[in-house]
Design a protein around this ligand. Structure first.
Ligand code: ADP
Ligand code: MG
Length: 725
């Protein structure tokens, strides 16, 4: 068959799903509600899980505490409503050996589905309670009468009330039939290197496997393809930014840089030195750098960035450093200013509140090239901020800026090098999956300054201990943060409730608290924090001044509250999580986090970075409202380790990457099969392979790569879909 014909064949994938046999308009609508519009969407509708009926146990033999599959007959199904808003279906399941009780919470509609005598398979953890072996909320599958369930693997697809998993499976089968002869976009060289199944085989095995090995192999193949396409899309997007432009090869051993080195008042840690060398070598290269410097709060990213600024000056270029808030921009001016002065580099700070005359002078200096370094806020993005020769853009706390804002800053130069700083502990595998085209440096340890920070976990009933510790610190003249989360319910959780509590295998959903930007708080209720502040002022901390900070306050008000706290005019700061990243009050040594279980580990870790920044020892007290053993175990990880990256990985292994990166769109959210932590190796390999492919064939227009290029464009049709947030 001609290549062109085979490509045409694969077009079947992008036909409307209504073309598939048995997909009536009504079913098409139900599929649409699940985001399934094309044949491709249907065949890549990943099963939520697989029921392994090659290994079925009996009611008598299934071991307690383990995941098992049991097949039996429904003896009785009963709807109970022990409380007004609690509905549970209790099923008595029998097989030749005995009885298994099955409890399904919040799925009353099961009553319409289940009939006495029906054969079902349930798969879940076996427990022993009230005299019976039991399963709670197992995956439940009604077996068709003629279905020889034994010895097969049944894919259980995400389904809705309108479209059962059984029907979805049947439709997927019909869709697979329709795209027989599918062209495999993966070059044969890669397929043989990793011994990957063909795409068609993988899709068949994903949905209709004979055993679990086939499922694993199918997932391995499809996951690799998924990441490879994402990496290619990210890298191609990155190349586009500077296509046809002339990047700058910076001078990285000039006089300004050497003078700055001499002026730095401390010795760089080994990690800082390594990061500095990595960054300088990227700046020296005649390509537009795209470098991410990752380090926890307090690991000393600013000074490393200072070297890059000096290199721009030595090159006769200009550099801009953009920070998310006025406080941070001014703070940078204060710390970087003396270093830049010593290096004889001209610099200025520009924010929204810079007076007009000063602003004019800055603009003039930028335009004629006499001003080398400009530090500022979003104000840098204004059109009249027009540098003569911008060769470097540094973006601090990059996760707080949108894609557009970052692009606007870079657009002020021909093809400036970009250096991003972030305190979000993004593990390498996630960084690659989100920003395929970036190079990375890590700072993992803080420069040791002697202070010790300990973290303690308390149940709500014991929160008095946290207050006692806070009062001790206050009596020593130190200060205290009390963090109260503003709670919005995570959308997944609402969905889960609606769909009757059935969730993804590995989705660990709980209320999400967003700490990224003030906008995220728009809908949240501030009264809880207000009440808490008033309560603490009148009781526990009656002898001190308690101030309140929350996301709904105007910037000037916030600034006022933070300034007062910094001057020690208030000693206790009750805050929603809006405590600005980078706020630095060394005298604040105790942080109490209320309802800590509402946060992700990474968020808590970022929060606790605000204490223990000075020479004084610090304590973090996490007050957990939950009694759930799993949740407490998760939180106790914070007592054990201070490594933000380790915590992020732990978080990621339990939850989805979106939670670490906030709720914005990003490439990793397009990954259906890949788990960032589990599939680290797949990501690394696909990253290398994508780099390789593009080095040999940048436009992917060689015949053996055309199908790959087409798939990549189809999957990620706009840059906005994939650029990291
Ligand atoms: P962040 O990574 O959070 O932006 P900063 O750059 O603000 O951290 O650095 C935090 C503090 O650590 C600053 O006061 C800085 O001067 C100090 N610092 C940075 N590097 C070192 C070092 N090598 N030795 C001692 N202090 C350092
Ligand atoms: Mg910083």
């Amino acid at each position: 068959m001609l290549e062109a014909d085979r490509i045409a064949d694969t077009l079947a994938l992008d036909e409307p799903v209504g073309r598939v046999r048995m997909v009536s308009p009504g079913r098409a609508k139900a599929l649409d509600a699940m985001g399934i519009r094309t044949v491709r969407d249907l065949v890549t509708h990943v099963p939520r899980r697989h029921l392994d009926l090659t290994n079925v146990q009996t009611a008598a033999s299934c071991p307690l505490g383990q995941l098992c599959t049991v097949v039996g007959v429904v003896h009785k199904a009963q709807l109970k409503r022990p409380r007004p808003r609690l509905a549970l279906v209790e099923i008595t399941l029998v097989d030749a050996t005995g009885t298994l009780m099955v409890t399904m919470f919040q799925q009353p509609w099961l009553m319409d589905k289940l009939e006495q005598g029906m054969r079902i398979a349930v798969s879940g953890k076996v427990e022993f309670n009230y005299g019976f072996k039991r399963m709670t909320n197992p995956f439940l599958e009604v077996l068709e009468p003629d279905q020889d369930a034994q010895g097969r693997v049944i894919a259980v697809h995400p389904a809705t009330e309108k479209l059962s998993a059984t029907m979805v499976r049947r439709l997927v089968g019909n869709a697979l039939e329709a795209c027989a002869g599918l062209l495999d976009p993966l070059p044969i060289a890669l397929r043989t290197r990793y011994r990957l199944m063909s795409r068609m085989t993988a899709l068949r095995c994903l949905h209709f496997a004979h055993n679990m090995d086939e499922v694993r192999e199918a997932k391995r193949r499809l996951a690799y393809e998924e990441v490879l396409l994402l990496e290619l899309a990210l890298m191609t997007e990155g190349l586009k930014r500077t296509a046809g432009r002339r990047p700058c090869a910076h001078v990285v051993d000039g006089p300004a840089l050497r003078a700055l080195d001499a002026a730095v008042p401390f010795t760089l840690t080994a990690e800082q030195q390594k990061a500095r060398e990595e960054i300088l070598s990227r700046l020296a290269a005649p390509e537009a750098a795209n470098h991410l410097l990752l380090g926890d709060v307090g690991t000393g990213k600013t000074v490393v960035a200072a070297y890059a600024l000096a290199a721009a000056a030595d090159t006769g270029g200009q550099a801009m450093l953009m920070a998310p808030t006025e406080v941070l921009a001014r703070q940078h001016g204060k710390t970087l200013g003396p270093l830049l002065d010593a290096a004889n580099v001209s610099w200025a700070v520009l924010t929204g509140s810079t007076p007009a005359a000063e602003r004019d002078a800055i603009q003039a200096g930028l335009a004629d090239g006499s001003l080398s370094v400009l530090v500022g806020t979003h104000a840098l993005l204004e059109d009249d901020v027009a540098p003569k020769r911008l060769t470097l853009a540094v973006i601090d706390e990059q996760q707080r800026f949108g894609v557009d804002q970052r692009a606007r800053l870079l657009d002020k130069g021909e093809a400036p090098d970009a250096l991003y700083l972030t305190a979000t502990p993004i593990p390498r595998s996630l960084a690659l999956a989100v920003y395929g085209n970036l190079t990375l440096s890590y700072l993992k340890a803080r420069p040791n300054r002697g202070a010790v920070r300990t973290t303690h976990l308390h149940r709500k009933a014991d929160r008095g201990r946290a207050y006692d510790a806070a009062k001790e610190a206050l009596k020593r003249g130190e200060q205290v943060y009390v963090v109260c989360p503003l709670i919005e319910e995570a959308p997944e959780k609402k969905d889960a409730k609606r769909s009757g509590g059935l969730q993804d295998d590995d989705a660990y959903a709980f209320d999400r608290v967003v700490i990224e930007s003030d906008e995220d708080f728009a809908g949240a209720d501030v009264s809880a924090a207000t009440k808490q502040a008033a309560y603490l002022q009148s009781t526990v901390f009656a002898d001190w001044d308690v101030a309140l900070l929350h996301g709904r306050m105007k910037p000037a008000e916030k600034q006022e509250v933070m300034d007062r706290f910094a001057r020690n005019e208030s000693q206790v700061l009750v805050a929603t999580t809006v405590i600005e990243v980078g706020v630095d009050v060394p005298n604040a040594t105790v942080m109490i986090v209320e309802d800590a279980d509402r946060f992700g580990l990474s968020q808590l870790h970022q929060l606790r970075g605000r204490v223990g920044r000075g020479a004084l020892d610090a304590q973090v007290h996490l007050v957990a409202a939950t009694k759930d053993a799993e949740a407490l175990k998760r939180l106790s990880a914070l007592e054990r380790t201070d490594d933000g990256f380790e915590l992020a990985e732990f978080d990621l292994s339990l939850r989805r990457e979106g939670d670490i990166l906030g709720n914005r769109q990003h490439g990793a959210s397009a990954l259906k099969l890949v788990n960032i932590v589990r599939d680290r190796n797949v990501i690394e390999a696909a990253h290398r392979d994508a780099e390789d492919l593009l080095a040999r064939d940048p436009m992917l227009d060689q015949p053996e790569h055309r199908a790959l290029a087409r798939e990549m464009r189809l999957l990620f049709s706009s840059a906005a879909d994939i650029q990291g947030g």
